[in-house]
Ligand binder design. Structure first.
Ligand SMILES: [Zn+2]
Length: 400
């Protein structure tokens, strides 16, 4: 149930879009039931866009390693041997292949073409909140801001009832950025927390991994932190079993090793994250081969200060992030220069377009990253009403 005016508008627009789509899509009993309750009249089942997105975040990862590999200065400071000083293709072969050949990437070029967290405090919860709301001023300036007060992507997905959405994260607080409600998202955040966890644990393989994660020591993080190995394995098992419409995988080992000033361990965490990215990408391209529109996005919540160990308002350079996208709807252009600065807030509008969710445009809204996408007029959110009417009358829709 939408919990704000924005949610109601979004929900109503979603019904319009879903009901006009005639190509392959899913019938949504949940959305139809919702409509019946609102109008008091029976309505035909709505149709939903058949598209999926997987979003992976690597907490506090610098753009330099993603695009250039091991940093010479940090390698000197931390005493890395010659064989450890590898380029991006060797450090993260899967992400590099997606960024440079099979997909598109932002943030590896000149400073004026960078993608940034909007800040002003370049730390995790503000970053994830910007990412999930698509707003540059989402009302969160520190890691204690609590549960998000604006509707998020996951709230919008829950409102239209067109498919499953889930979140697995190593850092428990990401749950605060994911949804306004404890009822909207299946989530396992940190070792013990999450909403509707029973729905994730219904799969025995997922349940087994979550239980092992709960027994772990939590290193390299503190408190409820769950090591990435468990977060990644559980998320991948769920992805393969449930084929969710939207899956958010939040990894966190990298930021923990950054704060510990352990550059070698940070690089090892990047290698492990890359291995997971490769397995998720394999799943995504398998789905596409089976005719299922699926897109993978990989990004971070903030960068790092020149010191490496920290990030935040006192280090403007830590605003700089990066984005890699591949799969359905993404043009395989390699490194893309946007012609202007981009922001984390631009990612949610892009995901809305990929999933066929209606655009949401508060005054501080981000803008869709059109430069990453194929030129076909196939994003449902960008279609005009007449285009939608054509679709409703049986016009062929371009593959997106
Ligand atoms: Zn941090």
């Amino acid at each position: 149930m939408p919990t704000s005016n924005a949610g109601l508008i979004s929900y109503a627009a979603g019904l319009l879009l879903c009901s006009l789509v005639t190509s392959a899509g899913c019938s949504s009993a949940a959305a139809s039931d919702q409509s019946s309750r609102n109008t008091g009249k029976p309505t035909p089942p709505v149709r939903c866009e058949a598209a999926s997105v997987v979003l992976i975040t690597l907490d506090g990862v610098r753009w330099q390693e993603v695009f250039h590999g091991v940093d010479t200065g940090l390698a000197d400071t931390h005493g890395l041997a010659a064989y450890e000083r590898v380029d991006a293709a060797e450090l993260m072969p899967n992400l590099h292949r997606l960024a440079s050949q099979e997909g598109a990437s932002l943030g590896g070029g000149r400073d004026g073409q960078a993608i940034r967290a909007s800040g002003p405090n370049f730390i995790s919860l503000p970053g994830y909140t910007e990412l999930m709301t698509g707003r540059t001023r989402p009302g969160c300036v520190d890691n204690d801001c609590g549960r998000v007060t604006h509707s998020t992507l996951l709230d919008e997905l829950a409102a239209d009832g067109c498919g499953k959405a889930a979140l697995f994260s190593s850092w428990a607080s990401i749950g605060d950025a994911a949804s306004m409600s404890h009822e909207n998202v299946r989530s396992s955040v940190g070792r013990y927390a999450g909403d509707l966890r029973g729905e994730l644990e219904a799969d025995p393989g997922v349940a087994q991994i979550l239980a092992a994660g709960a027994r772990s020591a939590g290193a390299p993080g503190e408190d409820d932190f769950r090591p990435d190995a468990y977060t990644g394995e559980a998320a991948l098992a769920y992805l393969q079993a449930a084929h969710p419409r939207f899956l958010f995988i939040g990894l966190g080992d990298t930021d923990e090793y950054g704060h510990a000033d352990d550059y070698r361990a940070y690089l090892d965490a990047l290698r492990r994250a890359d291995e997971l990215i490769g397995r998720v990408a394999h799943f995504v391209f398998q789905e596409i081969a089976l005719g299922r529109r699926t897109t993978l996005l990989v990004t971070t919540d903030h960068g790092r200060a020149y010191s490496f160990t920290s990030h935040g308002a006192e280090s403007p350079e830590s605003s700089r992030v990066w984005l890699v996208a591949a799969g359905s709807g993404v043009a395989a252009r390699g490194l893309v220069e946007s012609g202007r600065e981009r922001h984390l807030a631009d990612i949610a509008p892009t995901i809305r377009a990929l999933l066929g969710l209606p655009a949401v445009s508060p005054s501080d809204s981000g803008e869709m990253l059109r430069e990453l996408l194929l030129p076909q007029p196939a994003t449902m959110a960008a279609r005009t009403h007449s285009q939608l009417a054509l679709a409703a009358n049986g016009a062929t829709r371009s593959e997106f």
